[in-house]
Design a protein around this ligand. Structure first.
Ligand code: HEM
Length: 405
């Protein structure tokens, strides 16, 4: 067994993840670390794909004899999320409930709202010539969209955006994290109010869909309902915000490419796939072995935890030519940024459409933005993004969004 010193939460990993991943792929593609009680780290593309496609051997919700469980994060998150932390056969019933609401056609249907939200957010800073790409745009747009999708009142978007962003990047037990947790409880209280109202008077939103849904002829239990909603909130907002933030920061440092994408937004779909690969906003998640097995040449025992590193798989030179280069028209681009197998990201169509609209509009309306003191996340853990990206730019005029928030 090769033991390495690895912790995806460490500041060193946040600073140096591409190099650390490359060393792992070269030297010990299936390595063991003692961090967080011990787990395996799988870093090559083929091995990561093998693990996540074998959902019988590698569980996303592994019950322990003491009644606790292992989910998809290391360490285990106090709040279970569904269906990401669920195994077949139960998993399929829950995934089926959601697929129709996350289809490419639904993403298309939501485009006008995303455009309005983007106009609204850019309007809030455009006349002043300064703002923050993350706090004013990349986090709020996915927040407003997610609230609309769920059916939450949009006027609470500010708190919603701040909470989803702060909880992801702040360190547990710090005052910032504790205060974000308090705000989260307020938001979840509002979610509960909306659930109660939709039970009486359903509309067309996702919460109405879920309160009317049935599995085996019975409505969803309240805890499952909340576990789905928390996943949509935490799976959808900061992940997409991080993709947008990373892309805009890179485009600032590569002005010729920024000009290219601005001049021809038709290049954006392939460029966004490359940003997904290169920044891998969800760096990795975990499984638990249900039986003794082997990955690569390492034996893994039943009950051991396995971290699958999508951010490493996406740089594997067995699959990608010049993986360290950003090639905006890379094709094919079989990245694993949205995962693979039965749990592959349900929100991928939304994420792509939000990123497309926001990047296109920022480049169109703020083409000369200059990024100041960028603050990357001090720890990657799960999501890899920026706390803030202050910018200055030539002021412009408001577009006049119809959203009144
Ligand atoms: C750039 C943005 C995003 C990235 C990189 C991303 C990444 C991922 C990944 C890697 C998984 C697989 C997890 C696993 O195998 O354990 C996943 C699952 C999921 N994502 Fe996303 N995601 C993004 C945006 C979104 C959005 C916008 C939503 C919803 C609005 C969303 C909802 C979900 C859900 C519900 C699952 C669980 C699917 C299942 O278990 O069947 N994601 N995502």
């Amino acid at each position: 067994m090769t033991t390495v010193s690895f912790d995806q939460h460490s500041p060193e990993y946040a600073r140096n993840w591409r190099q650390i991943n490359a060393d792992l792929r070269d030297r010990c593609p299936v390595a063991h670390t003692d961090a967080h009680g011990g787990y395996w780290v799988v870093s090559r593309y083929a091995d990561v794909a093998e693990v996540v496609r074998d959902d019988e051997t590698f569980s996303s919700y592994y019950e322990l004899p003491d009644g606790s469980h292992n989910g998809t994060t290391i360490p285990v998150s106090p709040m279970r999320q569904v269906p990401i932390e669920m195994d077949p056969p139960e998993f399929f019933d829950y995934r089926k409930l959601l697929t129709s609401r996350f289809s490419p056609a639904e993403a298309k249907k939501w485009e006008p709202l995303v455009r309005e939200a983007t106009a609204y957010c850019i309007d809030s800073i455009i006349e002043s010539g300064q703002g923050d790409l993350i706090l004013d745009i990349a986090s709020p747009v996915p927040a407003i969209f997610t609230m609309a999708l769920l059916g939450l009142p949009l006027d609470g978007w500010h708190a919603f955006s701040d909470v989803t962003h702060s909880i992801i990047h702040s360190t547990p037990e710090t005052p910032e994290y504790n205060s974000a947790m308090v705000d989260l409880m307020t938001i979840l209280g509002q979610v509960n109010d909306v659930i109660a109202r939709r039970r009486v008077e359903p509309t067309d939103d996702l919460i109405s869909h879920l309160v009317q849904a049935q599995i085996d002829g019975r409505p969803l239990p309240d805890d499952r309902l909340m576990e789905i909603i928390t996943l949509v909130i935490f799976g959808g907002v900061d992940t997409t915000g991080s993709l947008i933030g990373n892309a805009l920061e890179w485009l600032y440092r590569n002005p010729a490419k920024r000009d290219l994408l601005r001049a021809d937004p038709d290049l954006l779909p392939k460029a966004i796939e490359e940003f997904l690969r290169y920044f891998s906003p969800v760096a990795g998640l975990a499984r638990t072995a249900t039986r003794s097995c082997a990955v690569g040449d390492q034996k893994i025992a039943a009950g051991e935890r396995v971290f699958v590193s999508w951010s490493s798989a996406n740089f594997d030179s067995e699959v990608f030519d010049d993986p360290d280069e950003v090639i905006l028209d890379r094709f094919p681009n079989k990245h694993q940024a949205f995962g693979l197998g039965i749990h592959r990201c349900l929100g991928s169509h939304f994420a792509r459409s939000e990123a497309h609209i926001v990047i296109e509009e920022v480049l169109r309306r703020m083409p000369d933005y200059v990024v100041g003191a960028a603050q990357p996340y001090p720890s990657i853990g799960v999501v890899n993004g920026f706390i803030s990206l202050p910018v200055t730019f030539t002021p412009g005029s408001a577009a006049g969004s119809t959203l009144r928030l």
